[in-house]
Design a protein around this ligand. Structure first.
Ligand code: ADP
Length: 207
């Protein structure tokens, strides 16, 4: 589904990634682990089209990223993003926050997704009325509402306690078993072990 060859990335003159090649198959749950500063976020940003590599090639279902004309609509149709900080909008309800990602989503669709994530009763609450773990599940719902083929998550549990972190990974694992491809960057080796495939990034290189 994603094929990356010889990715190298520099920030100004500093090399952040060196010659990374990897293939990710449909439905695979992949984790990228490594210490802070190792290059996980950079790699995730490149794989998810948010950052152009200094050199190297990436394709998505054999479509080279360089040949995609409208990258915004490509992302909207294919990719869901989850970040460490959930970026929910405080003056919108849970339902409205999710609807922002897909204005065509019906209340029923939003409600069944929230049910799947175990937070259906929160649909009309505001972000500051729910817990951090619940907010992260709302952010997952927002990433999933477009039925993306692939989800990229950058330290999605960085702000959560171990119980909620495990819950987030279980949810992601569950979606991968239904065919959604999941790529997660985390520094937590125990959580990363729940993935099908673990790539370790060290000093910008794949171990
Ligand atoms: P990780 O996600 O593993 O913490 P990053 O990909 O964020 O690693 O960072 C890899 C390296 O690139 C680090 O040395 C970091 O300081 C550097 N870096 C990351 N983002 C930027 C940026 N926007 N500008 C300059 N340097 C950056």
């Amino acid at each position: 589904m994603i094929k990356a060859s010889n990715l190298t990335h520099y920030y100004n003159n500093d090399k952040a990634l060196e010659n990374i090649s990897l293939n990710i198959k449909k439905g695979e749950f992949v984790s990228l682990i490594g210490e802070s500063g190792s290059g996980k976020s950079t790699l995730l940003s490149i794989l998810s089209t948010l950052l152009k590599p200094t050199s190297g090639e990436i394709s998505f279902d054999n479509l080279n990223f360089k040949s995609i004309k409208n990258i915004d609509s490509f992302r909207r149709e294919n990719i869901g993003f989850i970040f460490q900080f959930h970026y929910l909008i405080n003056y919108l309800t849970v339902k409205e926050n999710i609807a922002l990602a897909n204005e065509k989503a019906s209340k029923n669709e939003i409600s069944s997704l929230l049910e799947l994530l175990g937070i259906k009763e929160l649909i009309n609450k505001y972000p500051n009325e729910i817990s951090g773990g619940q907010r992260q599940r709302v952010a997952i719902a927002r990433a999933l509402i477009n039925n993306p083929k692939i989800i990229f998550a950058d330290e999605p549990t960085g702000n959560l306690d171990s119980k909620n972190s495990l819950n987030v990974f279980e949810i992601l694992k569950n979606f991968s078993s239904k065919g959604t491809t999941i790529v997660v960057a985390t520094h937590d080796k125990n959580l990363a072990a729940m993935a099908d495939i673990i790539y370790e990034v060290k000093d910008g290189k794949l171990q």
